[in-house]
Design a protein around this ligand. Structure first.
Ligand code: HEM
Length: 135
């Protein structure tokens, strides 16, 4: 007999499907290892310590994919285009950003369909944040 009072199953988020917090920490850690050595990107980061920036990007991605909403609790609405205005995001910066992110995505060894979903988003987001065509 079916139980009319049973709670419907909560749909699993993409965040859960790809491995939750550990996965996003790994992705962003590898990304920032690349940024730390990048002669174009590294000087753009205002803080000496990349730790806080690493944490903000991790929280943002976790929230975007259905994980904890800590990013918005701490930072408010993401407004990513506005938050990138102080930085010169030209095609070179975008491609370097994507190069380091690709290293992170590759290291996750996700099932191909999840990997494609994640990469497609990151690629589109990076293209949407270009705000300069100057060298
Ligand atoms: C296209 C190349 C990009 C460049 C050169 C770039 C550069 C930067 C820099 C220099 C910061 C400041 C560091 C900080 O204080 O947090 C930042 C912040 C941030 N970026 Fe990017 N970014 C790029 C693309 C992206 C993309 C594609 C995303 C999301 C998918 C993203 C998400 C964020 C977030 C969430 C923050 C922190 C915003 C805040 O709460 O203050 N960025 N980015």
């Amino acid at each position: 007999m079916s139980d009319a009072t049973a709670q419907p199953q909560k749909t699993e988020s993409f965040y859960d499907l790809v491995g939750g917090h550990e996965t996003f920490v790994k992705l962003v850690d590898i990304f920032y290892e690349g940024v730390a050595e990048d002669p174009v990107l590294r000087p753009m980061y205002p803080e000496e310590d990349l730790g806080p920036a690493r944490r903000r990007l991790t929280m943002f991605l976790e929230q975007y994919w259905g994980g904890p909403g800590t990013y918005s609790v701490e930072r408010g609405h993401p407004r990513l285009r506005m938050r990138h205005v102080p930085f010169k995001v030209n095609p070179e910066a975008r491609d370097r950003w994507l190069h380091h992110m690709r290293a992170g995505v590759d290291a996750l060894s996700l099932p191909p369909v999840y990997e494609a979903t994640l990469w497609d988003y990151l690629d589109r987001a990076a293209h949407s944040l270009v705000n300069s065509f100057e060298d």
